[in-house]
Write a new protein. Structure first.
Length: 86
């Protein structure tokens, strides 16, 4: 099982999103935490990154960018609208 932590900037971005969407985002993060690796989730895409593994999770019109640190740690760096999150 994975555990996730929010960067302070990601917390601030999440707080600006409508409450209904915040709930969907948190549900998807909890769903993601049931897996042992982020790529096991069907909506996760691996982004570039040589020093660490960086990923993006699609939740409706929002994108969650995060870093996966082994063995079971997800560090969420951004929660952005899809127009900004690419």
């Amino acid at each position: 099982m994975l555990k996730y932590f929010l960067h302070p900037a990601a917390e601030k971005e999440l707080s600006r999103i409508p409450l209904k969407e915040q709930g969907r985002i948190i549900e998807k993060l909890q769903e993601l935490c049931r897996f042992s690796h982020p790529l096991q989730h069907q909506k996760v895409i691996k982004l570039g990154g040589k020093e660490y593994e960086e990923f993006r999770l699609r939740v409706g019109d929002y994108r969650i960018k995060f870093i996966f640190r082994k063995p079971s740690f997800i560090f969420i760096t951004h929660v952005q609208h899809r127009q900004v999150g690419y």
